[in-house]
Design a binder for this molecule. Structure first.
Ligand code: CU
Length: 190
C-alpha cells in the first residue's frame, strides 16, 4: 500500500535467498509481452536473469519496440506478427519498453536473479508460491517507487507449514501515463 493506505497495483515483490549460491530453477514456459489494442500486455513483468522474452504483435498495425535502458538496449524495427527471435535479458535491472510509433505504449521488465516473484493485483496483493525452506530478503519494486534512502527490503523465513504476510508501505511518485491508446469511442488516433 502507499502512504495513505491505498493498494498499489503492478508492484513486483521478489524473494532472494540469503544463503543460496545460485538458483538452478530455470524459467518455465514461454515469457511473452504482447501487443494488443496498441498497449503492451502486461504493463509490468518480472523475469529471471537469462529469460528470453517474446514480443508478438497481435494488432493489425505495425509496432516498433525499443529499450534505451542500460540493463538491455534493443529494438525490433517495425513489424507485425511474431519476431522469430526472442530477446534475452541477461542482466538484473529495469528495462523500460517503448514503441517508436505510439508514445503512450510503455511497459516495464524487471529482471531479477531469483525465480520467486509475483505482481500485485488491484487490491495491492501478491503471493509468492512454492518458496523452498530458507531465509529470504523480500523486496519490492514498481515503476513509481522512490527507493531512497533505502530500498524496501524485509526478511522472512520460509518453512513448509507457514505462510507469512508482509506489508510494504511504498513511498512513491505518481506515474503519469501520457496518453491512453485510442479507443473507438474516443474517436481514434490523436
Ligand atoms: Cu506501437
Amino acid at each position: 500500500m502507499d502512504e495513505k493506505g491505498k493498494p498499489v497495483k503492478d508492484a513486483i515483490i521478489y524473494a532472494a535467498a540469503r544463503n543460496a549460491a545460485g538458483y538452478k530453477a530455470s524459467p518455465d514456459g514461454k515469457t511473452i509481452i504482447d501487443q494488443i489494442d496498441n498497449e503492451f500486455i502486461p504493463y509490468v513483468i518480472p523475469v529471471k536473469v537469462g529469460t528470453a522474452v517474446h514480443f508478438p504483435n497481435h494488432d493489425q498495425i505495425r509496432h516498433h519496440v525499443y529499450s534505451f535502458s542500460p540493463t538491455k538496449k534493443f529494438e525490433i524495427p517495425l513489424y507485425k506478427g511474431t519476431p522469430s527471435n526472442p530477446v534475452v535479458f541477461d542482466k538484473p535491472g529495469v528495462v523500460v519498453l517503448g514503441c517508436n510509433i505510439h508514445d503512450w505504449m510503455t511497459a516495464y521488465i524487471f529482471v531479477v536473479e531469483t525465480p520467486f516473484y509475483a505482481v500485485t493485483d488491484a487490491d495491492g496483493k501478491a503471493k509468492i508460491d512454492n518458496l523452498p525452506h530458507g531465509e529470504y530478503d523480500v523486496q519490492l519494486w514498481n515503476p513509481g517507487i522512490k527507493t531512497s534512502p533505502q530500498p524496501v527490503k524485509k526478511q522472512i523465513a520460509a518453512t513448509e507449514e507457514s505462510a507469512e504476510d508482509i506489508i510494504f508501505i511504498v513511498n512513491q511518485v505518481k506515474i503519469l501515463r501520457q496518453w491512453r491508446a485510442p479507443t473507438a469511442s474516443a474517436g481514434g488516433y490523436r
